[in-house]
Design a protein around this ligand. Structure first.
Ligand SMILES: [Fe+2]
Ligand SMILES: [Fe+2]
Length: 193
């Protein structure tokens, strides 16, 4: 979705959604490769993807949405209370889903291909869950935010999201996540066709 207003916070949120979608697609390709009978990549590839989701979307992106974007919107209108509640619940549920994925991956590592279908099913569910979450935020919340939030709200949001620990910019943790993200994608494109 394109936003005519070049709000920094909106651009950051949408870019981070694209990155998480890319990681989710990477997990989907990983689990598909397990059923193709050829050489599957090491489970470490998927472990790295789950680590990325824990460290970045779960630790930084979603908490900032809760604390700033959704909280501000709630103070400006009550039209979106149901959607906001649903998204907050999804942020909590998302963490539990990532833990379930980690457990399923461990079971696959320990027991081998018998556990692959369960892992594949969970990845499919997570992909559907995340795609619904992203759509609600981009198609309902962000347009509503552009409509209801004040200039002062946007100054705060632009600042808060502008100083996100962005894996594609400079600080220590960012550098680490940047390397991880690159590693994931060079591995995925090199080993999962
Ligand atoms: Fe989001
Ligand atoms: Fe979110």
């Amino acid at each position: 979705m394109q936003y005519p207003t070049a709000r920094r916070a909106v651009q950051t949120i949408v870019r981070e959604h694209q990155q998480l979608s890319a990681v989710v697609n990477g997990m989907a390709r990983y689990v598909e490769s397990l059923s193709e009978g050829g050489h599957a990549p090491e489970p470490m590839v998927m472990r790295a993807m789950l680590y990325y989701i824990r460290e970045y979307p779960e630790q930084i992106h979603h908490p900032k949405e809760d604390k700033y974007l959704l909280a501000r919107l709630r103070t400006r209108t009550d039209e979106l209370d149901d959607v906001i509640e649903e998204l907050e619940a999804q942020h909590v549920a998302g963490e539990a889903r990532v833990r379930d994925l980690e457990r399923a991956l461990t079971r696959y590592e320990l027991s081998g291909s018998a556990e692959a279908p369960a892992l594949r099913a969970l990845v499919g569910e997570y992909a559907a869950f995340y795609s619904h979450h992203r759509r609600l935020e981009e198609e309902v919340i962000l347009p509503a935010a552009l409509q209801f939030l004040t200039a002062a709200d946007w100054m705060e949001l632009d600042e808060v999201f502008g100083e996100n620990h962005d894996p594609f910019s400079g600080s220590e943790i960012q550098g680490e996540l940047d390397r991880l993200y690159s590693l994931i994608f060079s591995t995925v494109s090199g080993t999962i066709q």
